[in-house]
Design a protein around this ligand. Structure first.
Ligand SMILES: [Zn+2]
Length: 66
């Protein structure tokens, strides 16, 4: 498993990212959930994968990963 760097709030803000507060069970759902249709574009699939990956990483960092 890859090491997850601690979040640096300023570095994230510099990338234009914003914080999102989510309950762990919602985060777990988000990490697993893909509702891309079969004909989704690569852009949509990449965005979905990126969001689910970050949800999973956040879940691990929070110590709530199962
Ligand atoms: Zn998807």
């Amino acid at each position: 498993m890859s090491k997850i760097e601690p979040t640096n709030p300023q570095a994230e803000a510099d990338r234009g990212r914003v914080a999102l507060w989510v309950a762990p069970d919602d985060l777990a759902w988000l990490a697993r959930h893909c509702c891309c249709p079969d004909d989704a574009t690569e852009e949509v699939k990449e965005r979905c994968g990126r969001i689910r990956f970050r949800a999973g990483a956040a879940l691990h960092k929070s110590g709530h990963a199962s």
